[in-house]
Write a protein of this length. Structure first.
Length: 229
């Protein structure tokens, strides 16, 4: 299949939201949280990269949240795309999806690991028997809280949803949570051990959070994760 770029816009320095359309299908079927793989011949090599879908199903359109790896090959090429340009893509795949929306959950993301949760949060909240959901999002700076307004709007509309950004490099004016996501696990979980916990971000964070959760008594089946490196 071909994905044609419709639009892209900056979320923060070197981070963009991309909107693609797949003209070969009327509806692109996927579950929020799944990914697509892009393939392109660059510098004499055929390169394939997987990217989490950062949107809900919407006809034959989908969105991605990508950061520019300046020393990389694929992301600079994507960032240079213009509307109308296309890239070869796979059908959506992946198991990082909401398993049980009737069970209380904690979503943990850092950086562009927020991408799959942009679709998973409203998907979870749309279930009539949805329980409490907390999204703990670690980022460096306040101006880099990707999709902040969307998540804040969801929190206002859904009493069962809590959006907790935490900044590792806050300005003095920031009065909310600070530090890495690991610092706020106990606040989010408390004495509960019956939650499902979904984690997405770089390997070091994911592995660290998984180790903390296992030490707290969580079963590995309760911990669903995706690593971005």
């Amino acid at each position: 299949m071909k994905a044609i770029l419709i639009d892209s816009y900056e979320l923060a320095p070197d981070v963009r939201n991309f909107v693609f359309r797949v003209p070969e299908v009327e509806t692109l079927h996927f579950k929020p949280g799944q990914f697509v793989s892009f393939t392109e011949s660059l510098e004499g090599k055929k390169i394939t990269r997987p990217y989490s879908i950062a949107s809900l199903p919407d006809g034959n359109q989908f969105e991605l949240c990508l950061n520019l790896v300046k020393e990389g090959i694929f992301s600079p090429w994507l960032f240079a795309m213009e509307p109308g340009d296309s890239v070869e893509m796979s059908a959506p795949l992946g198991f990082f999806v909401v398993r049980n929306p009737t069970k209380e959950a904690l979503f943990i993301a850092t950086g562009t690991g927020i991408a799959p949760f942009r679709g998973m949060v409203p998907d979870y909240l749309s279930h009539p028997q949805a329980h409490q959901l907390t999204l703990l999002f670690g980022i460096r700076y306040e101006n880099s809280i990707y999709y902040r307004k969307e998540f804040e709007d969801l929190a206002r509309r859904h009493s069962k949803f809590r959006f907790w950004p935490t900044l590792s490099r806050p300005e003095p004016s920031w009065t909310d949570r600070t530090g890495h996501v690991q610092v706020h696990l106990m606040e989010a979980i408390g004495d509960r051990r019956d939650l499902d916990i979904y984690i997405c971000g770089l390997k070091a964070m994911v592995d660290d959070v998984r180790a903390i959760l296992k030490a707290m008594g969580f079963d590995r089946k309760q911990i669903i994760f995706e690593k971005y490196d």
